[in-house]
Ligand binder design. Structure first.
Ligand code: EPU
Length: 389
């Protein structure tokens, strides 16, 4: 986060009404990168979220030679026939994490790729050793020098890959690189997040042959060519979860439109445990809450476990829950930076390593606070909504 934005929130009101959830950020960045691999025709992608990462990536793809036309709000048509270079050496790439998908996409397209080392939110050490291990298993040589990652192969050849840890980024990056490799690639211990499945579905719509996305074993049979397609990005599970937590924290009655309730089961389960009422329909979720939330214990895990991206918003609601909650961050070791800010608002939270012990207080009080990263910002907005003043 390098932009300065400011919100002034008058807290203490319940939330009523409905909100439409945007397309998924972490699927969109994978899909936009995948679109540059198209060999024939154009890709029409809709339900893209209106966020900086998407705008930045579209700007970069344009600079790489793609013709991107915005035909409607959230819809673009991408013609990648002008993408002739295997390099993405633009400083803007440092502002986002998802830029690493250009490495897999360019490597898959040209057998060679050079990109600026990715940036993203400061939530702990974020190595990319599993991405590199996967590219190497496909026959690529990978080096990092002067802030640039370079990957090259005479020919990419599929093979078995076992990830030592479950990584969303590495799983998607290897799917991108492998979908035009010779032969079959298998990814064992793959990430199962909805956005992994969405990128696989997009690649399959382009003619790729990917099976098993959504399980821990993905099988990719290389194809010669990828063609254009029309595709709609799935709704953002994390944005929906953030609104659900906000509604449960503030109390009231909120309906979320354009959601896939199945993707939110871990959040629904936890909010119900806290006393909220959640009513699911095919693509809507209604959240009702009229009492003080109860304390719970929570551990973040890869999907279908509770998502790390919602740990920070959860900390905000738990800071006013009745009783003691224990929150364990299982994915990123530096994701409790928002806690010091919540303390300015009166929260009683003690952090020991990856564990936060939260003794709920009755009310937070308004204060001037700063967001250290994207989801910390969401957490602090929720805190502002429920605070006095
Ligand atoms: N990891 C490694 N080596 C690797 C890759 C990951 O050790 O090569 C570790 C990470 O350090 C972390 C764990 O594995 O401890 C999981 O990382 P993962 O690769 O799954 O995360 P990511 O790809 O860097 C994506 C999202 C994050 C989200 C995580 C977890 C994108 C662009 N980013 O990051 O989103 O928190 O998965 O679900 O998809 C956000 O949206 O605010 C955000 C940070």
């Amino acid at each position: 986060m390098n932009k300065v934005g400011k919100f002034v929130i008058e807290g203490g009101r319940k939330l009523y009404g409905s909100a439409r959830v945007s397309g998924a950020k972490n699927a969109a960045v994978g899909i936009l990168s995948a679109a540059i691999m198209c060999d024939d025709g154009t890709c029409t992608i809709d339900n893209l979220p209106d966020i900086d990462d998407v705008k930045t990536l579209i700007g970069i793809i344009r600079q790489m030679g793609a013709n991107v036309t915005e035909t409607d709000r959230g819809t673009v048509v991408i013609d990648s026939s002008g993408v002739k270079s295997n390099k993405a050496l633009f400083d803007e790439l440092k502002s986002m994490r998802g830029s690493y998908y250009l490495l897999g996409a360019l490597l898959g397209k040209f057998g060679q790729a050079e990109i600026i080392y990715p940036g993203g939110c400061n939530i702990g050490v974020r190595p990319i050793d599993q991405h590199i291990k996967g590219f190497q298993a496909l026959g690529a040589e990978v080096i990092t020098e002067h802030g640039v990652i370079k990957a090259s192969a005479d020919k990419l050849v599929g093979g078995p890959i076992y990830f030592d840890i479950v990584s969303v980024g590495a799983t998607i990056n290897i799917m991108l690189a492998a979908c035009k490799a010779e032969g079959v690639t298998t990814i064992d211990n793959a990430a199962k997040e909805p956005h992994v499945v969405d990128v696989a579905n997009f690649l399959n719509s382009m003619g790729a042959n990917i099976k098993g996305a959504g399980t821990d074993m993905i099988r990719i049979k290389g194809v010669k060519e990828l063609h254009g397609c029309t595709y709609s990005v799935i709704p953002d599970q994390i944005e929906a979860g953030t609104f659900m937590i906000a509604a449960a924290a503030a109390g009231g009655d909120v309906t979320l439109l354009n959601v896939i309730p199945k993707h939110l089961e871990s959040v629904t389960a936890k909010l119900e445990e806290m006393g909220a009422e959640i009513i699911e329909e095919s693509d809507t979720l209604r959240i009702k809450c009229d009492c003080r939330p109860k304390a719970i214990n929570l551990k973040t895990l890869p999907y279908p476990g509770f998502p790390t991206d919602l740990q920070q918003p959860m900390t905000s609601i738990l800071s006013i829950a009745e009783g003691r909650s224990i929150v364990t961050e299982g994915i990123f070791e530096g994701r409790f930076k928002h806690v010091d800010e919540l303390k300015r608002m009166g929260a009683n939270i003690k952090v020991e390593g990856r564990v936060a012990i939260i003794d709920g207080i009755k009310k937070l009080s308004g204060a001037s606070v700063s967001a250290t990263d994207l989801r910390a910002g969401a957490a602090l907005i929720i805190a502002g909504i429920i605070a006095e003043g």
